[in-house]
Design a protein around this ligand. Structure first.
Ligand code: ADP
Ligand code: MG
Length: 627
């Protein structure tokens, strides 16, 4: 990310200012903020109808089709746990098979897409998010007295893939919010802190929310930020701490209660009580988990030490993610100048201690960690809407995974590498595999591995009407373009005719919870095997091409006179040896057989080429005469 600030000569007057908002569409809580409605230019959170700063990301649908969003929806959870939709962000852009079974509300799959079953009918995750966004929009208008939202910057986790980003944009459109752009949450936090006024150096943004953990490494130099690497875990957050408290309390206490098995509703109550206790432990040495369960009241005092012991493994996992990000960027923890804390869960004493201990650097924590993302988004929205004309901020993010194409033999050719700053555009030339090939299948994949089978398939499309040419002669230029929101467009153009085809990647499903982390991990674990597999596949591809060319040449009656019987026999033996080597799939033998065949056929190939050239020249003359 680069953050370039240029001072502008004149500020627009109050009347000229347009109302733009920043929205943190959180898994647990959502916020809306603006920098346009206040005099001192500082972004401010716009409160809910009841005066709260955060809107719980919870939606309750009524039979008549109306919906309740926020704290009032959450309150319905006690009586009707299945009817209150929370953490819908986790379902955005996901296929039914990608998501786990730990959702307390009911959903079903329709053509692979998730449909949440509610009293008002089936709802897609995009529709539910749209209802949250509509509420935020109404809240922003009511709090500011403005008539319309001119534009919104909506934040998404750095890990969100194309499908998840697209789903977020769709939800905004449904809610009637014009999206100025999507912004990575850690990037927004850096903007809120205005770290561009800080000393040059490296900064970490550590964001532990309710359901997700994101970490980003930013480099600041001469007031410009660049994201060097991002990482995290989409299935790790404050909720997991609640769950561990609930489980441990259940073990400790429930033996004394008549019924040891808990209903779903019991677990919800216990987890909610655990969350209250967790938050209390941030300021107190002990807290009591009090929950009214079906079998009776559960009351259990827990100490900060117990809590730390139960949840230490979670905190350690966040530090492991930090270590990975530093390793990706080849930076050591001691080189980091400061750490920005984001997300309500970073209030936990044990988390702060672990972060402070690992980085041993200044913690940036004076802005409310719940609000910092929305405030940064609001600042950015204010610039993008044009309230600071001349003061242009250019924010660049990075691609979290490499993007590439399937090539011969199921190999991946990476076009845009992981951690490339976006927006970005890369082009590469490809060619046809067979003589007279008039169509080409373009298969776009995402991931770090060498083989298509080990990467994630994003989209396929076909470029047709390629002029029929000999294999390897057509020139197909493939362009990959990733826009500022991280959305990918791919185009393929045949260079002589200009025919082209393209696709906006909008896959119908997203990565599963652990898939992202697994994909990265697997890339490291299998790096050696992958390289071997790639070399083998490349040798196979080259061999098959050689076999194809020689088979064709030997069958060509015009070339028969160019070849002695002995030479023909040597080439035939070489062909047989290479075919046999291919069935054994041993790299060394394939290469040896291929080189041998190239040697014994080299003179024949040379004679054939000369004959071709002579024929071509002769043909040309006849044409010339004909004219
Ligand atoms: P999200 O980004 O997922 O919407 P937030 O940044 O709002 O999440 O963080 C929500 C999490 O922060 C919840 O797990 C909540 O329990 C936790 N949290 C909020 N306040 C505190 C506190 N005082 N102590 C510990 N955890 C807290
Ligand atoms: Mg958050």
């Amino acid at each position: 990310m680069a953050l370039v600030q240029l001072t502008e000569p004149q500020e627009p007057t109050a009347q000229q200012r347009r109302f733009a908002v920043g929205i943190d569409l959180g898994t647990t809580n959502s916020l809306v903020a603006t920098a346009a409605a206040v005099d001192n230019d500082r972004p401010e959170v716009l409160p809910t109808a009841t005066g709260a700063r955060m809107l719980p990301s919870a939606v309750y649908y009524q039979q008549d089709g109306a919906c309740i969003v926020g704290a009032a929806a959450l309150a319905k959870r006690q009586q009707e746990p299945h009817q209150v939709i929370t953490s819908v962000k986790r379902l955005m852009g996901r296929s039914a098979e990608d998501i786990g079974s730990d959702y307390h509300y009911h959903y079903r799959a329709e053509e692979g897409m998730v449909k949440i079953i509610t009293a008002a009918g089936d709802k897609s995750p995009v529709q539910v998010s749209a209802d949250i966004l509509s509420t935020l929009r109404a809240q922003a208008l009511a709090a500011s007295g403005e008539a319309e939202v001119a534009g919104a910057v909506i934040t998404v986790p750095a890990y969100f893939d194309d499908a998840q980003r697209q789903a977020t944009k769709d939800a905004a459109r449904l809610a009637g919010l014009p999206v100025l752009r999507l912004l990575n949450e850690p990037t927004a936090a850096a903007v809120a802190y205005g770290l561009d006024n800080a000393a040059d150096g490296l900064y970490i943004v550590y964001d532990l929310g309710g359901g997700t953990f994101d970490v980003s490494l930013l480099r600041l130099s001469a007031s410009v930020f660049e994201v060097l690497a991002t990482g995290g875990d989409t299935a790790l957050g404050g909720d997991d701490y609640d769950r561990l408290i609930a489980q441990n309390v259940a073990q400790k206490v429930l033996k004394s209660l008549p019924a040891a098995t808990l209903s779903d509703a019991d677990w919800l109550r216990l987890t909610a009580a655990a969350r209250v206790a967790k938050e209390a432990l941030t300021t107190a040495a002990t807290a009591t988990v009090v929950a009214e369960l079906e079998a009776g009241v559960c009351e259990c005092e827990i100490s900060r030490e117990e809590f730390n012991a139960w949840t230490q493994a979670l905190t350690v996992r966040t530090i492991a993610c930090c270590r990975q990000v530093l390793a990706d960027a080849e930076v050591s923890a001691t080189e980091v100048n400061g750490v920005v804390l984001v997300g309500g869960a970073t209030r936990m004493v044990s988390v702060r201690a672990a972060v402070a201990d690992y980085f041993a650097q200044q913690l940036y924590d004076h802005i409310n960690p719940d609000e910092v993302v929305a405030l940064g988004a609001a600042a950015q929205a204010d610039v993008l809407i044009g309230n600071h004309r001349g003061e242009s901020w250019l924010l660049l993010d990075i691609t979290p995974l490499s993007l590439g194409l399937e090539t011969m033999g199921g190999l991946v050719e990476k076009v845009i590498y992981r951690n490339t700053t976006i927006p970005t555009e890369k082009h590469q030339e490809f060619t046809t595999h067979r003589d007279g090939q008039t169509a080409m299948r373009i298969h776009v994949v995402q991931g770090e591995r060498e083989r298509v089978a080990d990467c994630r398939s994003l989209a396929t499309f076909t470029l047709s009407d390629i002029p029929p040419l000999a294999a390897g002669l057509a020139r197909i230029r493939v362009g990959f373009q990733v826009d500022a929101d991280g959305l990918l467009s791919v185009t393929a153009t045949e260079k002589t005719t200009g025919v082209s085809a393209g696709i906006q990647v909008k896959p119908s499903y997203g990565l599963s919870e652990e898939e992202f982390a697994n994909m990265l991990q697997a890339a490291y674990t299998h790096a050696h095997d992958d390289l071997q597999a790639r070399r083998l596949q490349e040798a196979v591809n080259e061999s098959e091409e050689l076999l194809q060319i020689l088979d064709k040449a030997l069958a060509d009656a015009d070339s028969a006179h160019l070849l002695s019987a002995a030479e023909r026999a040597r080439i035939a033996a070489g062909l047989a040896r290479l075919r046999e080597a291919l069935t054994q799939a041993q790299l060394a033998e394939i290469n040896a057989a291929k080189e041998h065949l190239q040697q014994v056929s080299a003179e024949f190939a040379g004679r054939r080429m000369n004959a071709d050239i002579q024929r071509a020249i002769a043909g040309k003359k006849i044409d010339d005469i004909g004219q």
